[in-house]
Design a binder for this molecule. Structure first.
Ligand code: C2E
Ligand code: MG
Ligand code: MG
Length: 401
């Protein structure tokens, strides 16, 4: 495991090297000149596993250095170190992520040993998962077969009312049960499906299973709203609303009990067809949710032009908002806007009691996230619900106390 430190202050390099040695990381190479570090990466970008980079440097600054990492195809991880304020650190982190570089975290100087240990724990965990992942490459034909062989399963994640704790519904999240790789998560095959014209087939399978499950719960006395993810590509087919209506009718589920969560992964030049299908779905009282709001192309333009009635705040704004004033301001403004537009607001990525308390105080309607429950197979839902109901009683007591 090779670590690289880039900092124009020799003293900072010495200090960090010593701190890393105390944690058991010995293979550390320090560079006072960014240009020297860049030369090393030029010849062997894959020989380095983790880079600590200072932002404020003469000659080449940290931002240029990050750009260079992306340029040479660096596949390791990055820690941004700086004496700058939080917002600059955050901007640098986002820039690196935009270049698809794994950012383990940001450290402000002087580096606290505890923060460093946290980051190195993350590094070890990330290496473990990256190793098991990179051994598999999925092809379009393999995925096509998976759809055909019914190797896709839905997991369900609860959405609960923040005021009452009531279980309102679930979101269906697809997984691929792969014969060798095990359970594969959607970020590893949705882009593949979109690029190879397989997203419609995928959506049909997910929707069908989700509606059957909603019906099964309904028969068992549990009436839940069912949310299914669709991509903008799905909405480019004019018969999409009819397909949805037919499937719901076949399963015996009312369209008012269905939500479609729309994500747009890439920019659409012409949205006329999507507007058409979304408007007709709304006319049939299907709920429409703008997913990952605040990221990528899920923006104010969409809110203005498309008939959404639910707004899902991206988890990038939710997780950790309790400790970050900028995030808090963005969340508060977005929730106020959703309220004025008469939309239901949902926070995704509610991971801690702190996240929950803040979102609730800011007026968010619905919560979803690890704090409430992880996505789970359908058969686990009843047991979770029992556990949640007793946990909720404790929470409600704690909140009024
Ligand atoms: P999404 O619709 O925004 O779904 C939420 C994702 O956040 C899920 O990841 C969920 O497991 C994860 N999540 C939930 N709570 C927390 C939390 O508290 N903390 C953190 N860090 N993460 C949390 P998952 O299942 O890996 O799905 C990723 C994305 O794949 C989804 O994001 C959705 O855009 C897409 N996707 C999933 N199923 C389908 C599908 O059937 N069709 C399409 N087109 N896209 C799908
Ligand atoms: Mg979603
Ligand atoms: Mg989302």
């Amino acid at each position: 495991m090779n670590l690289m430190l880039v900092d124009d202050e020799g003293f900072a390099i010495k200090l960090l090297t010593r701190q890393l040695a105390q944690l058991g990381y010995d293979s550390v190479q320090g560079y006072e000149r960014a240009a020297d570090a860049m030369a090393v990466l030029d010849t062997d970008a894959h020989g380095v596993d983790l880079v600590f980079c200072d932002l404020q440097m003469p000659e080449v600054d940290g931002v240029e250095f990050v750009r260079h990492l992306a340029h040479v195809g660096y596949r390791g991880a990055l820690v941004v170190v700086s004496g700058e304020d939080d917002r600059i650190l955050h901007a640098a982190e986002k820039l690196a992520q935009a270049h698809r570089i794994q950012v383990l975290g940001v450290l402000s100087k002087p580096v606290e040993p505890q923060r460093l240990r946290l980051i190195m724990d993350r590094f070890d965990a990330h290496r473990g998962s990256a190793d098991s992942r990179s051994s598999h490459f999925f092809s379009a034909s393999e995925f096509r077969r998976a759809i055909h062989d019914k190797a896709l399963v839905n997991h369900y994640q609860p959405k609960v009312a923040m005021d009452t704790g009531a279980l309102l519904g679930v979101e269906a999240l697809v997984r691929w049960q792969h014969p060798q790789a095990g359970l594969v998560y959607p970020d590893q095959f949705i882009p593949l499906a979109e690029e190879n014209g397989l997203i419609d087939a995928l959506t049909v399978v997910v929707l069908e299973k989700a509606l059957e499950q909603a019906r099964a719960w309904q028969d068992a006395g549990l009436s839940l709203h069912m949310a299914v993810n669709v991509s903008m590509d799905n909405l480019a087919a004019l018969d999409f609303p009819d397909m949805v209506a037919e499937q719901a009718a076949r399963a015996g589920v009312a369209l008012t009990a269905l939500t479609l969560e729309v994500t747009e992964s890439r920019l659409m030049r012409d949205m006329r067809t999507q507007l058409d299908t979304l408007a007709r779905l709304r006319l049939r009282r299907v709920s429409l949710s703008i997913d990952d709001f605040g990221t990528g192309h899920s923006s104010l333009v969409q809110l203005r032009d498309l008939p959404f009635n639910e707004l899902k705040l991206d988890r990038g704004f939710v997780t950790g908002a309790a400790h970050n004033e900028s995030l808090k301001a963005i969340v508060a403004a977005t929730l106020a806007m959703a309220g004025k537009l008469g939309m239901t607001s949902v926070a995704e990525g509610v991971e801690t009691l702190e996240d929950w308390t803040l979102l609730h105080a800011l007026g968010c309607d619905v919560a979803q996230g690890y704090f409430v429950a992880r996505p789970m197979p359908a058969q686990d839902l009843p047991a979770w619900l029992q556990e949640w109901q007793s946990r909720w009683r404790g929470l409600a007591n704690g909140m009024t106390a």
